[in-house]
Design a protein around this ligand. Structure first.
Ligand code: SF4
Ligand code: SF4
Length: 391
């Protein structure tokens, strides 16, 4: 694990304080999505197919700061959309660092070199560049030729300027472990700080629904990948550094049975506080308190809800792994000594037979927000206009 020691210490202190206060549920990372607009249209994206009026909405600087204060998590991750398209992104990041939050700006890096002057290196800040593989795999995943070269050039520029740079890599069922291993080797060779890797979540809004991994396939793929990681080290190449906890990696390899901790990484976007997690938006709370207190958490998670059946994504399970590490430090020690087990039987997975069926409710909040936008502009709903036109 290569998260800086200062950050590890501050986060551990925060967890201890929450536990001493008797808080059963508390956030570790806030996913702050100030906009959905992006300059790419990746095939596995669950964000960018909203109507233009939704994509044009932005959270203001003050809304971002208020969300961070309300939530209180020590880490703030800023995904999107593409956050660099937000005109006030420099100010948002600066103000959050002043609050001593550990800020990760997630970017596809297509315009990072143009916007890098908005930021300064800080132990509280890092860029997390979306890269799903070497050129062939990445350009295919993001549906744009040349995207990989631009992202790698931006990574090198940011590293040269003294920024902490990590990548976030999402794997789908067409990922070839040998190619992913070569990609990780290359990232380490160019001096990248660490890698966040996760299986893709099957977003119901994603354009391509054919490439999402089942749990079974995820575990097999990660075992193979970790086997290749060991071989790479034996061949004298640098050890892959991951930003996630060793127990989360152990979970991906089928060695831990975890249920998710959706409140551990809550999400705030233009619709409000997303319920229950960053991956699915079943409804939206007006405040963080309302999200925590008025969400029926038992309704969600693998084995409980159909949309959660194949989820093994870090934003649901990393807080579970962190909790487990606190409760069972010897598990961590074992992993530090022997690494992730890649052979032998996997632990039994959660039974799905009792899960409730999916509620395909994803457009209700869009309709409500569109009505609000039209009301504020004083114009009619396009659907209404059409009906009037026909009459
Ligand atoms: S870069 Fe991220 S937000 Fe943009 S389209 Fe791709 S996955 Fe979606
Ligand atoms: S399993 Fe948990 S983290 Fe994953 S989609 Fe369901 S509620 Fe969200």
């Amino acid at each position: 694990m290569s998260v800086p020691l200062r950050q590890q210490f501050d986060v551990a202190l925060y967890i201890i304080k929450q536990r001493l206060k008797g808080n059963k549920r508390f956030p570790l990372v806030l996913m702050l999505e100030p906009l959905f607009r992006c300059n790419l249209a990746c095939q596995g994206c669950g964000k960018v197919d909203y109507p233009a009026e939704i994509l044009n909405q932005r959270m203001s600087v003050q809304e971002c700061l208020d969300a961070v204060d309300e939530c209180g998590a020590p880490i703030v991750s800023i995904p999107g959309g593409e956050p660099l398209l937000h005109h006030e992104i420099g100010e948002i990041v600066t103000r959050l660092i002043e609050k001593k939050k550990y800020v990760t700006l997630c970017t596809n890096a297509q315009i990072l070199e143009k916007k890098i002057h908005l930021f300064s290196p800080s132990p509280y800040f890092n860029f997390s560049v979306h890269l799903d593989g070497l050129k062939e795999e990445h350009d295919r995943a993001v549906c744009l030729d040349g995207a990989y070269e631009r992202a790698e050039a931006a990574i090198k520029t940011a590293l040269a300027k003294g920024f902490r740079v990590t990548i976030n890599c999402t794997l789908f069922n067409n990922a070839v472990p040998e190619r992913t291993a070569a990609f990780f080797d290359h990232m380490m060779a160019i001096g990248l700080e660490d890698i966040t890797v996760s299986p893709g979540y099957a977003y119901e809004r994603a354009a391509n629904q054919d490439h999402f991994l089942t749990r079974e396939a995820t575990k097999k793929m990660f075992r193979e990948l970790f086997r290749l990681g060991k071989k790479s080290m034996q061949a004298g190449r640098p050890k892959w550094r991951f930003s996630q906890s060793p127990l989360f990696m152990d979970f991906l390899a089928g060695n831990q049975t975890y249920t998710c901790t959706p409140w551990g990484i809550p999400a705030r976007n233009i619709f409000g506080w997303q319920r229950p997690c960053y991956l699915i938006g079943e409804s939206y709370a007006k405040s963080f308190r309302e999200l925590m207190d008025n969400t029926d958490w038992d309704q969600y998670g693998t084995g409980r809800y159909e949309k959660c059946a194949n989820c093994m994504v870090h934003c649901g399970y990393e807080p579970t792994a962190a909790d487990d590490a606190f409760a069972h430090p010897l598990k961590l020690l074992k992993l530090a000594l022997f690494g992730v087990r890649t052979e032998g039987p996997m632990v039994p997975d959660i039974d799905l037979s009792g899960q409730r069926p999916a509620d395909y409710a994803f457009s209700r909040h869009v309709e409500t927000t569109l009505e609000k936008i039209h009301a504020e502009k004083g114009c009619a709903d396009p659907a209404e206009t059409e009906i009037v036109g026909k009459a």
